[in-house]
Design a protein around this ligand. Sequence first.
Ligand code: SF4
Length: 219
Amino acid sequence: MPTSDTARDAGAAFGEPAVLRPSLLLHSCCGPCSTAVCERLAPGFRITVYFCNSNIDDEAEYKRRLEAEQKFVRQYNASGKMIEPLGLVCAPYAPKAFLRLARGLEGCAEGGARCRACIADRLEKTAAFAALNGYGAFSTTLSVSRHKNYEMIRGIGKALALRYRLAFEGADFKKGGGEQRSIELSKAYGLYRQNYCGCRFSKAEAEARAGGGERNVAE
Ligand code: SF4
């Protein structure tokens, strides 16, 4: 816990929140993944969810995922059980820019060079927004998924943290049952949970897996 007893006491004396938590901008890939990560980070941070996902290929799908994120934040904040309310900021949606970024990497398997570029792009936008708006730290929900390479995410996050002079809160959120917890919570909140990562290439991969009898899983 980053807050000292002195800060806690000073806050209480002036009628302010009893604990002064540092601010954190949380890049979120979708509502379901953000449920478990917010639960884990909430005791230590004032969290603003940053929905920054131009990788999502189809506009209808993008809106569906954004609505799930909004639904989660709304319900979380209305629950009366939260430590502090969540903020929510939506980055501009620029799917053509994502396709330019992925040019030449279309055939890469999920987890490879295309994903590195995609994740670096989303995290860089998150770090830039955090630095510009006075956040002390940033993080991402991406490591909740067993399909995401934690070491890759951590390496990108740490490099951006140095460049933007921020802290990167880069835990492997799938550990300790994080992915299962995100599934449980997204059911409890009644959230739409997609069955592919986001881009048109991952959608085609998921369809191929389903055609081969494999079960699709969300990002
Ligand atoms: S599979 Fe997911 S992480 Fe990889 S490029 Fe597509 S949207 Fe980005």
